[in-house]
Write a protein that binds this ligand. Structure first.
Ligand SMILES: [Zn+2]
Ligand SMILES: [Zn+2]
Length: 333
């Protein structure tokens, strides 16, 4: 098989129609307008040359022109094949801790069964079904020639059963990809040599470049390398402080809560966000505390709350400065 056949994914003996068809399909994938890889330009040129060369040979009826057509390499071919871009969506936990995940590389190629023609030859001619062998079907203005069998009434080809007549199949390749910890959106994971093959034998393939996309998480939000979450807390606990259990992709953590106001406030754990990667230092874990007041406490608690409220209002100017001011303004003598 010649390089040109190989490049276009064709079997020897492909017809001009098959050559054109294979080129059109590959051109969709490799045209520089569609493929951002700088190497795509060279690959596209090589495809075009292969197409032109094969067609010229077929129309001349000779094979010699194809055998050594290398001197026309004006622009030096790239040292390796083109890179291939794919998006890799991962969970926030995987991004955080790192993981090994299967990645499918899908490459459309001309159907191997029909060499891209979409048509399969039948060993025995078959009656044409739409016209039932008559060669004619009913059109808008009476009987017309059957388009399925071209009026012959029988057919010796059918749509390729392997590709349903599309002329194309998808080659799937699975890779186990090691995801290092600390990747975030738009980071790139580069797998050397897993990209597109070089059109010529003896050159290494390009790289597979996986652009990372983090799935949305129901609890955590990412802010640069910080990990942000909202944590409801009893307002009373916020007043007196204590220990809080905080979910974290690396496992549940205990965090010390200082006594303070019972307003929404933020706890920050330096370095507990996304792990450091390259020149980016680790982010923080940011806990947004949401104070919760008790809902309709049961009767036995009323005595306790009564005592608490009395004790607090006894020094209202310290515990409730705004309330104390209001009472002085509107109730004071
Ligand atoms: Zn097929
Ligand atoms: Zn017919």
């Amino acid at each position: 098989m010649s390089d040109a056949h190989h490049l276009l994914g064709l079997q020897p003996g492909a017809t001009p129609q098959q050559v054109k068809r294979a080129f059109r399909k590959l051109a969709m994938q490799w045209h520089p307008d569609r493929n951002p890889d700088p190497a795509a330009i060279e690959h596209f040129k090589a495809l075009r040359q292969a197409h032109d060369r094969l067609l010229a040979t077929l129309l001349d009826g000779g094979e010699a022109a194809d055998a050594d057509a290398s001197p026309e390499t004006s622009g030096a071919p790239p040292a390796r094949g083109a890179d291939r871009w794919q998006t890799l969506e991962i969970s926030l936990e995987d991004a955080f801790r790192g993981a090994t995940r299967p990645v499918c590389v899908r490459t459309p190629r001309p159907c191997t069964h029909c060499t891209g023609s979409g048509i399969e030859k039948l060993s025995v001619s078959r009656l044409c079904e739409p016209c039932r062998g008559s060669g004619r079907v009913r059109g808008a203005k009476g009987l017309i020639r059957c388009p399925e069998c071209d009026g012959r009434g029988y057919r010796n080809t059918q749509a390729c059963t392997h590709c349903s007549g599309s002329g194309e199949e998808v080659a799937e390749r699975w890779l186990q990809v090691v995801i290092p910890p600390g990747l975030v959106d738009d980071d790139e994971l580069r797998l050397s040599g897993e990209g597109e093959p070089h059109p010529e034998v003896g050159h290494p393939p390009g790289d597979l470049r996986l652009r990372i996309r983090l799935q949305p998480h129901p609890l955590f939000r990412r802010d640069a390398r910080n990990l942000v979450l909202q944590r409801p807390v009893s307002a009373l606990r916020m007043l007196i402080g204590g220990s809080l259990r905080i979910p974290h992709p690396g496992g549940v953590r205990s965090v010390a809560l200082e006594p303070g106001v019972a307003h929404a406030r933020t706890l920050r754990l330096s370095g507990a966000g996304f792990p450091a990667r390259g020149k980016h230092p680790a982010g923080d874990l940011v806990i947004e505390l949401e104070p919760m007041l008790p809902q309709t406490p049961e009767k036995p608690l009323h005595t306790l709350i009564e005592q608490l409220d009395n004790a607090l209002t006894a020094r209202a100017s310290h515990h409730f400065p705004e309330l104390a001011r209001w009472e002085e303004d509107w109730l004071g003598d």
